[in-house]
Write a protein that binds this ligand. Structure first.
Ligand SMILES: [Zn+2]
Length: 259
């Protein structure tokens, strides 16, 4: 089943893409880009597990997905005891691997022609889907677990600062985008606004997720020996914002306009 799962996934993705595109070549390209980006994502997690001395491997579970996880219960117990700073790197690493794959795809797309160029574009799209969905700080997604360890590590006062700080960054980015298009004519302004719908919806989801996570935090966790320092939490937040910006920028185009 392990060896078969990637092949079954490829078949499934190929089928879905073919139904949508009615073009076998394009469907194969997009399907394999998705498998490759799923693999990159798990490799990112696997790298950090192994750096922390946890024996782990990648499990392919058709049709659920793929997961990098400890090989047995004993290793799982050891990984549960890792400092939350390491856990946070573990969570960011999957998204970082997808962003690296997106950058490679975007280079390939612009540096080549024909099918390699299309495949570069597909790597970018597939990585974007995985990176952006995992950045949303909800539930068991990587972003959700990341904010869980960040809020768990910090004192209540700092939790509120983080939530307001991130909301302020998102609001300022939207304001800057509006100001950068405000000098256009009214019709252009409306068009420019709709072209950025993806950004605004993404920001709205992220801000909602962050406030939701902050509300769920158990203040007693901050006393845990596994908690990260404020400085470590700040580094993770900056990394998160950078990954969010790069992913959205690559998929959706510029937030700020310069005509
Ligand atoms: Zn992940």
């Amino acid at each position: 089943m392990q060896a078969l799962s990637p092949a079954l996934f490829l078949l499934l993705f190929f089928g879905c893409c073919w139904l949508a595109l009615r073009d076998a070549g394009r469907a194969l390209s997009l399907g394999s880009a998705l498998i490759l980006q799923m693999y990159f994502h798990e490799l990112g997690h696997l790298f950090v597990f192994r750096r922390n001395g946890i024996r782990s491997r990648i499990w392919w579970l058709f049709p659920l997905g793929a997961a990098a996880a400890p090989v047995d219960r004993e290793e799982k117990r050891r990984s549960d005891g890792l400092p939350w700073n390491s856990v946070a790197w573990l969570l960011q690493a999957g998204i970082m691997a997808n962003v690296a794959g997106m950058l490679a795809g975007s280079l390939l797309r612009s540096a080549s022609t024909g099918w390699p160029s299309h495949f570069g574009g597909d790597l970018l799209t597939a990585g974007g889907v995985l990176a952006i969905s995992n950045l949303i700080p909800l539930g068991k997604l990587d972003g959700g677990l990341l904010f869980h360890v960040i809020f768990s590590s910090l004192q209540e006062k700092d939790d509120v600062r983080v939530a307001w700080g991130l909301a302020a960054i998102l609001i300022l980015a939207v304001l800057a985008a509006v100001v950068s298009i405000a000098w256009l004519g009214f019709a252009d302004l409306i068009i420019a606004f709709f072209l950025r719908t993806g950004w605004f919806v993404g920001f709205g989801l992220i801000a909602t997720g962050i406030w939701h996570r902050q509300g769920m935090d158990n203040p007693a966790h901050a006393e845990s020996a596994q908690a990260m320092t404020r400085r470590q939490a700040l580094v993770h937040i900056l990394y998160y914002v950078a990954l969010l910006y790069i992913s959205l920028r690559l998929v959706l185009g510029p937030l700020w306009i310069n005509l």
